[in-house]
Design a protein around this ligand. Sequence first.
Ligand SMILES: [Zn+2]
Length: 108
Amino acid sequence: MARFRRVETPHTDWCTRDHRCGVNEHRSADIIADAAGGRAIITRVRAADVDYAEIRIRVPLSRSESAAREQLGTALHLCRELLTAVAAIMPSALARRTDRWAIGRQAA
Ligand SMILES: [Zn+2]
């Protein structure tokens, strides 16, 4: 019988240090952005030695099937652009940034 062994990792400076953290996964408080009747929730996660942003988005769709399909296509396109834009940010670029979009946003 196979045995799984997970190595415990310490809490981070940004994780919630509560039930949301696991043995080797640490999670921040949710950061919420509301707009146009929808909601986006971003959670910073460290799983083992990898950090990533978990993003959940609820987007209201039109009752018109054709409009809903157009909205889904637009959402997919923008998700690809988001992934590309975030991946393009390099540590050297962060030092030059003066805008901090997340400051002042609601955290849950
Ligand atoms: Zn933690």
